[in-house]
Design a protein around this ligand. Structure first.
Ligand code: NCD
Ligand code: ZN
Length: 348
């Protein structure tokens, strides 16, 4: 049996939802994460610092005893968000970042941004105070193929925005393409990216080959294998520009398994085991900690966590993780389609 001890990781992109679903899923993150960037796409969305603070308190109240977890709150950017409320939310220590959803791009994004011009005053304020903008990087035009929406977003929105406001600190969230990886690696220190475990492990065949598999459907949708390999290469290159954001996005199984199923993959329970397996397969276990625990805090200008967690490599493959049961129904956990020999040690 092999062991690996690393600094406690953080999750720089997490959906915790609210109420009974949050109660059920939160421990699957707070058991291994020190901090997480909490996505604000609730219904209604978290659009003010007051709402963010109340949501933060609900998360803290739902934490299991002994879990030392800090939720880092994110404001949902709308065309009505004001520079003053963003400045105040940041200076009060409530708001860690602001999230840009192009309207209609993903789950609960209808209140997002239609015209970037309308939010320029807020983005200018953020550039001035150094507050990161988190970007869901997909155009929403119906004439753009869904597999091209990220690459087109770079050309039409992100590259022009970077030119116009180079001081704005941007995290290109959950990147899924070679184009995004290249764009981020070529950028300066004001540009970083999160990468999910599932986009490192599966390509679009997982969703579509041999029958349609709703549990592999998320947004941005997984792309072809060459893109997965580009993401993997970026992570294995051990660069501070890319760090872990799970995009763990639980939906009740009935909401996924229907004619118009929700986008989102729930991976919080096995993120670290999956990553350890993947890094081991590439003889890169020595680089895992930087991706999970070092480069994220560096981008956010926060200290790394001071404690550690231990991963164990078993001699036999570990059983698949059962769905997490909530009071409203089950939530299926991401199946990485490879044998997983790793788990988190019980005392972490
Ligand atoms: C997320 C969700 O369900 O909230 N879904 C997803 O497929 N990733 C939204 C998002 O991050 O796009
Ligand atoms: Zn997300």
């Amino acid at each position: 049996m092999q062991q690996l001890t690393i600094r406690r990781p953080d999750d720089w992109h997490l959906h915790l939802r609210d109420e009974v679903v949050m109660q059920a899923v939160l421990p699957h993150s707070s058991s291994w994460c020190g901090r997480a960037i909490i996505m604000p796409n609730l219904v209604p969305p978290v659009t003010t610092p007051e709402m963010a603070d109340k949501y933060r308190q609900r998360i803290l109240a739902a934490l299991p005893e002994g879990h030392n977890f800090t939720p880092l709150m994110v404001l949902y950017l709308t065309e009505a968000t004001t520079p003053a409320e963003v400045r105040k939310g940041a200076s009060d220590g409530i708001v860690t970042a602001v999230k840009l959803y192009p309207a209609g791009a993903t789950t609960n994004s209808d209140s997002g941004v239609r015209d970037i011009e309308k939010v320029m005053p807020v983005l200018e304020e953020m550039a001035e105070i150094g507050l990161p903008l988190l970007v869901h990087g997909e155009v929403t035009d119906s004439d753009i193929d869904i597999f091209d929406r990220e690459a087109v977003f770079i050309e039409r929105v992100l590259a022009p925005l970077r030119k116009r406001l180079p001081e704005l600190r941007i995290v290109f969230e959950h990147i899924t393409t070679r184009q995004a990886a290249e764009f981020v690696l070529a950028g300066d220190d004001n540009l970083g990216a999160t990468i999910t475990p599932h986009h490192l492990l599966i390509n679009r065949n997982a969703i579509l080959a041999g029958g349609i598999k709703p549990h592999y459907y998320c947004l941005p949708v997984a792309k072809r294998e060459s893109h997965r390999l580009a993401l993997l290469e970026a992570v294995l290159a051990d660069t501070k520009k890319v760090f872990l954001g799970t995009d763990s996005a639980p939906h009740l199984d009935p909401a996924k398994l229907q004619p118009c199923g929700c986008a989102g993959i729930f991976n919080a329970p096995n993120t670290l085991a999956c990553l350890a397996q993947l890094f081991e397969a590439h003889d890169a276990l020595d680089r895992l900690e930087n991706f999970t625990s070092v480069y994220g805090p560096e981008f956010y200008r926060l200290p790394v966590n001071s404690d550690t967690i231990t991963l164990i490599r078993h001699d036999t493959a570990q059983p698949a993780i059962a769905p997490v049961v909530t009071e409203e129904g089950p939530v299926t956990v991401f199946d990485p389609q490879i044998e997983i020999f790793w788990s988190i040690a019980d005392n972490c």
